[in-house]
Write a protein of this length. Structure first.
Length: 700
């Protein structure tokens, strides 16, 4: 099977590979290249600079790194040449189909590593590569300085420098050419060596010569590396998942979208950016599940929204209990007016009553007796769901139809989709679908809801998913959190795997929340909202709903199978806590990205501390969390003041944005104590002392 590589994203040319023939094709091309240069010299023979280990580079450049509009791409590369000649290098980048490369000068960072940064300013595709060359003038100037310091006579060397300047004149503008000619004359004229050396070492001359290098023998990195740039919402956002059918006051019937819209102002007031809805389509009746996943439903049981399709329609229709398309648009416009977006569940599966089953039976797997196979995860059986057979003979028509489902909801104003169990569908299908959709709609966001093997999750992220669910729910100890988030943010994983940390889901109520009470919900919320720029909660979290089916992570009386009526103001809710944290997130750019996350030492295994900051350090947030929801803990935390340019005896203020308390700290090590019955966390904003002209000190 052939598949298209996303190295040229959204409207660019595609590089295509044959799964079975890649290696043979590569060997053949290498042999052709060797044969073509046998008995002659390769054009690359005099390219002395070696370019290696360009980073970031995902899968040899096959997959793009991810960025959002306004973010930087920091590129490093190993650059070196034989001998002792100086090297110069440029980072080349361009947007989309632009013909002209833009350039940023690369700087040495030690041990033959060079670095440079560029910023992406628009959605879609960017590309970058590296070019490097030996710099004769820089080499000559460096050695001239050494000879002069050693007291040597350098008249011959000055003539060499003059010749280099004359060579650069060929590329210079008329004005610069005249100035360079004058400098060459000064180096060659019959004047004192000191005067000629002064002219040779003039900084302006060094800058001018660097502007007109001889790049005829430059080495260009063999790959052009891709970047996929999303809109800002892909980088940062707070998600709230709700079942609209449970938004009413009558547990015997589904609430409509217009009734559910009455919940939106409170959700917006808590500070959420995205309202995510489970499937809103007609629900099948055959083999419908009852409360708590009972295999048989009663006559009035609503069934699972993931069993999609009935006589009322399929994936392009709306469950009649929720109302009409006009009601959905009313709900969407209400959310938009409150500053929120709607995310829809993309569940590519069907109930036995779905119109596809009758119209396209070949789109499903059949047993030997001719019946269609239902979904299974042995020993579990899901008789109310038929998986789609993506490899059927009619697969092209099937894939096209599924793409039309996404395009239909885009026409209705939806720009965010959460793909249900994408790891149970072919990775190449998602690569094709996302690329097809984003070619015309680059602002569409896809979230992968995959809790599976890490390599499969990585593959889904690489081929195009904008965001990905994580194992965060099961990372509850200090060691697990540090190891996991170090991997997600401090390795190449962070360049293609953009996290969305859901503290709970309709499928997952972790034991930590079941047993930890109200403080456990506060703790997990702080961690999700500050470790990740994207995070989410499923409704009921703010009510500290922790009742589970005994011995499982399943909610008791789950909304997946029945309509629930909630008391949104029941005692011991944490709505104010949620609201304050979301306000803190919005007000502090340090929390809008994951790349700056680093953990700080703290002397207690139940306390975790970490730092996030903007590149210019104008916004620094230090978070300390007690991971034990039952007992107070204390410890000494090490703040990296050396990175902030602070002296050991310089005082600074830490402003707890949760409680509004302020503490004066000094030096690296400072004391914290967190009682979960009061507040299990600090979110400190670091404020440095500023002295005014009138000698009035304040912290900023």
């Amino acid at each position: 099977m052939y598949f298209c590589v996303r190295a040229a994203i959204l409207g660019q040319a595609h590089f295509c590979f044959n799964r079975g023939g890649d290696r043979q094709q590569m060997i053949r091309k290498m042999k052709e290249r060797t044969d073509s240069t046998e008995g002659s010299f390769s054009p690359e023979a005099q390219q002395r600079v070696i370019i290696d280990a360009v980073r970031p580079e995902i899968g040899g450049g096959r997959y793009p790194i991810k960025r959002a509009v306004g973010e930087e791409v920091a590129v490093t590369a190993d650059l070196f040449a034989d001998g002792h000649d100086a090297v110069a290098a440029m980072l080349l980048y361009k947007e989309g189909t632009a013909e002209r490369w833009l350039e940023v000068k690369m700087s040495p960072a030690g041990d033959d590593v060079w670095q440079a940064v560029f910023t992406v300013s628009g959605m879609g595709a960017y590309f970058y590569t590296v070019e490097a060359w030996v710099d004769p003038f820089a080499s000559w100037r460096r050695d001239l300085i050494k000879r002069v310091k050693a007291g040597q006579e350098v008249l011959s060397e000055l003539l060499e420098g003059a010749a280099l300047i004359l060579g650069a004149m060929k590329q210079a503008t008329a004005v610069d050419r005249e100035w360079l000619h004058e400098q060459a004359r000064r180096l060659s004229e019959e004047s004192s060596q000191a005067e000629r050396v002064a002219a040779a070492l003039d900084e302006k001359l060094a800058v001018m010569m660097a502007s007109y290098p001889d790049r005829s023998r430059a080495t260009r990195y063999e790959r052009v590396l891709p970047v996929h740039v999303d809109r800002e919402r892909a980088r940062v956002g707070a998600w709230y998942e709700m079942f609209p059918r449970s938004a009413g006051s009558d547990p015997t019937r589904s609430a409509t979208f217009r009734e559910a819209a009455e919940r939106l102002p409170e959700i917006a007031a808590m500070g959420f950016d995205v309202v995510y809805l489970p499937p809103i389509h007609p629900i099948g009746k055959r083999h419908r599940k009852g409360p708590n996943n009972a295999p048989t439903a009663g006559p009035d049981d609503p069934g699972s929204p993931w069993a999609i399709g009935s006589e009322a329609g399929g994936h392009k229709a709306i469950e009649p209990g929720l109302g009409t398309l006009a009601d959905f648009k009313y709900f969407s416009s209400m959310a938009k007016g409150l500053g929120m977006e709607i995310a829809l569940d993309l569940a590519f599966q069907c109930s036995p009553d779905h119109p596809y089953v009758k119209a396209h039976p070949t789109w499903f797997r059949h047993r030997p007796d001719g019946s269609i196979k239902h979904a299974e995860n042995p020993p579990k059986k899901y008789q109310d769901i038929f998986p789609i057979y993506f490899e059927c003979d009619d697969w092209q028509a099937l894939w096209t139809e599924l793409k039309s489902v996404v395009l239909y909801w885009i026409e209705q104003g939806v720009q965010i989709f959460r793909a249900d169990n994408p790891h149970t569908k072919p990775v190449r299908f998602w690569e094709w679908l996302i690329q097809e959709v984003q070619r015309e709609h680059p602002d569409v966001i896809f979230l992968a809801e995959a809790f599976t093997r890490s390599k499969v999750m990585d593959a889904l992220a690489k081929v195009g998913f904008t965001q990905s669910y994580t194992y965060f729910t099961w990372r509850n100890s200090k060691r697990d959190l540090i190891d996991y988030f170090t991997e997600l943010t401090r390795t190449e994983v962070g360049d293609y795997f953009r996290t969305n940390l859901f503290a709970n889901t309709p499928d997952i109520l972790h034991e930590y929340l079941q047993l930890g009470g109200r403080p456990a919900f506060q703790i997990r919320l702080v961690l999700a909202a500050t470790l990740g720029a994207n995070y989410g909660i499923y409704s009921g979290f703010e009510l500290c709903e922790g009742r589970a089916v005994p011995g499982t992570e399943e909610y008791l009386d789950s909304e997946k199978y029945q309509i629930r009526v909630w008391d949104w103001n029941r005692p011991r809710h944490i709505k104010e806590w949620v609201t304050r944290i979301n306000r803190i997130r919005r007000a502090n750019p340090a929390l809008h990205s994951d790349r700056s996350l680093r953990f700080c030492a703290i002397h207690n295994d139940q306390l975790i501390c970490y730092l996030k900051g903007t590149a210019d350090r104008s916004n620094l947030i230090l978070v300390a969390v007690n991971l034990d929801p039952h007992h107070p803990h204390e410890g000494w935390v090490q703040a990296p003041i050396w990175e902030w340019g602070m002296k050991h005896d310089e005082p600074y203020q830490v402003h707890d944005l949760l409680s509004d308390a302020r503490y004066l700290w000094q030096g690296e090590w400072n004391y914290v104590r967190l009682d979960p019955s009061v507040s299990p966390a600090h979110i400190f904003k670091i404020r440095r002392k500023i002295r005014t002209e009138k000698d009035f000190d304040y912290f900023m």
